[in-house]
Design a protein. Structure first.
Length: 576
């Protein structure tokens, strides 16, 4: 019976004569007596008209709400923000992207707490909406799940499949005269044929896989592509599932465990996923109050083979993975190798092992390798430390076989300056590009560097230069690129001491990133260092810069007072 469904929180909002004013307001929004008798289920929608990743979520929400109603709940939809990385890339607007992750989590928390929802489902699409949604669920710890809007279909250009990655790389190729204006324009018009998130194993699809391996998204539903006819049914089923979670009192803390997070890291490593997964999983672990360090990523990745041949380093896109057998097939392979905790529970009520057992592998598929023939014997993420990154940095080794690099530094104080140098053919083979003051605090917002890294690939320098930055990379980045260098330059990290011509050494086997300077030389240079003036002095960007922690801790915003109310110094990369 509908009346028997639990209302652990919303009864305070809707029940009793004294709540007549609240019910009067809700009636004006279309609710009726029968709706008040049911649990209130929040539908957090990250729909936005700007960009394809979230463009279709308004329609998907209708199917989700139908599923909630069918299961006996009252859905209440609300919206939060989204920033399209692909649109803002290479501009001042890109600084807002990582900041939006915190705003998304905060805004979902506020609406959910304010309206006393009994359960919550979060519809996500573009990069930061996914971790932001999971962070909110972990923080609120009420029954809930994530539903990913799905990947975009690949475009077609000159007889082959393309993604937005190809357009970014074409910019560099065009600048070097390797592509005509007409070709670039044709590619621009073909790369993104409709709704859905960027098609390779870039950040959105990486984090969607993370959610399924965590168990907080229903495996097999989230990964249905955006424009696939099955997506409507996936939405309906997800709506039913969130009510089921409420009835069973299954909260995120029962699903997001240390074992589940390690499963997610293994999934990222096996698919050559985005380096942003490091940042976001650290943030999710922080919300879930689970101990996790960047060293855990290297430990897990070093024992997990790369099995999925996905862009940016491979041949296939997310829709190909779905057709081949989906994320469940990747999980099945890793379980067969003993590399996952199969007893971890998921929002479906089944264990991860049970979900993986249901995988249906397409005949003769080439996307996911067999265990005895991996693309690489170890995973795609490596953590480096050394005198340039005392707190660590992350480099993605999927898609290339380079093990070391040594070259002179070419230092730039911003992404724009580095991009101009690439455009003007100033960067030479053998150079190590250093882009600093783009970290969480210094940016602020830790911009992605896809405009630069893709231009390097397009200019034919992808395998002959290296790059390091205290900023971060798009999931579409590939090549010898180290990001998240910590401590960042704005906090006086060693990256602030580098000068043009200094010799920088990448040593993958020994996990080291060093500049050939003595400790005394570095300290002497830093003694004369002065922090740059803040880029923003008011508004959300200034607040973020004031409160944000190191990238080695997930670039989360931290509370500047203790829970007892005693004033504490603001925490940053120098004190955390």
């Amino acid at each position: 019976m509908i009346d028997s469904l639990p209302k652990p929180r919303s009864h305070t909002l809707t029940d009793g004569a004294h709540r007549a004013p609240a019910r009067a307001m809700l009636r004006a929004s279309g609710l009726a007596d029968e709706d008040f008798r049911k649990p209130l289920v929040g539908v957090a929608n990250t729909w936005i008209e700007i960009g394809p990743c979230n463009y279709h979520l308004r329609e998907l929400a209708q199917h989700v709400k139908e599923g909630i109603r069918a299961a006996g709940g009252t859905p209440l939809e609300f919206n939060t923000v989204s920033i399209s990385d692909g649109i803002t890339m290479g501009t001042e607007g890109m600084r807002t992207s990582l900041v939006s992750r915190e705003v998304i989590a905060d805004s979902i928390e506020l609406v959910t707490r304010g309206n006393l929802f009994d359960a919550l489902i979060v519809l996500v699409g573009c990069d930061k909406t996914i971790p932001g949604g999971v962070m909110a669920l972990a923080r609120l710890n009420i029954p809930g799940l994530i539903l990913y809007g799905g990947s975009i279909a690949p475009g077609q250009f000159e007889g082959h499949s393309v993604t937005i990655q190809d357009v970014f790389e074409a910019v560099g190729k065009h600048a070097r005269g390797g592509m005509t204006d007409a070709q670039l324009r044709t590619l621009e018009g073909a790369a993104c044929p409709g709704a859905g998130a960027c098609g390779g194993q870039f950040t959105a699809n990486t984090m969607a896989l993370v959610c399924e391996f965590l168990g907080i998204a229903p495996m097999g539903l989230s990964s249905v592509p955006a424009t696939n006819a099955r997506k409507a049914n996936a939405g309906h089923r997800a709506g039913e599932l969130v009510v089921d979670l409420l009835c069973r009192d299954v909260t995120p803390s029962k699903i997001i465990t240390k074992a589940a997070i390690e499963n997610a890291i293994a999934g990222v490593a096996a698919t050559g996923g985005s380096t942003n997964a490091v940042l976001h999983l650290l943030a999710i672990a922080n919300e879930a109050k689970i101990s996790l360090s960047i060293d855990d990523f290297d430990r897990i990745s070093s024992r997990v083979p790369i099995l999925a041949d996905l862009k940016p380093g491979g041949r296939f896109v997310a829709t190909d993975l779905y057709a081949a057998g989906g994320t469940a097939l990747v999980a099945k392979r890793l379980l067969e190798a003993g590399l996952l905790r199969g007893d971890s529970i998921t929002v479906t009520g089944r264990s991860l092992a049970e979900e993986a057992a249901a995988a249906k592998e397409a005949p003769a598929q080439q996307v996911v390798s067999k265990l005895d023939a991996p693309l690489k014997p170890t995973g795609g993420l490596v953590i480096l430390k050394g005198n340039l990154a005392t707190d660590g940095c992350v480099i993605k080794v999927a898609g290339h076989n380079l093990q070391d690099f040594r070259g002179p530094a070419r230092v730039f104080e911003s992404e724009e300056a580095a991009f101009t140098a690439v455009e003007k053919s100033i960067i030479m083979a053998g150079d190590v590009i250093v882009i600093r003051y783009e970290g969480p605090k210094g940016g602020p917002g830790m911009r992605e560097m896809l405009a630069v890294t893709a231009a390097l690939v397009g200019a034919g320098l992808g395998d002959s230069v290296a790059l390091l930055t205290d900023g971060r990379f798009s999931g579409a980045t590939h090549g010898f690129m180290a990001g998240h260098v910590a401590p960042e330059a704005a906090n006086g990290g060693p990256i602030a001491a580098i000068a043009d011509g200094d010799i920088i050494v990448f040593d993958i086997p020994n996990r080291r990133l060093n500049v050939e300077l003595s400790a005394a030389d570095i300290q002497k240079r830093l003694a004369g260092w002065k922090p740059p003036a803040p880029r923003y002095t008011s508004g959300v960007m200034a607040k973020y810069a004031l409160l944000v922690s190191s990238s080695s801790l997930g670039a989360v915003t931290v509370v500047p007072t203790s829970f007892s109310g005693t004033a504490q110094p603001v925490l940053n990369a120098r004190t955390l």
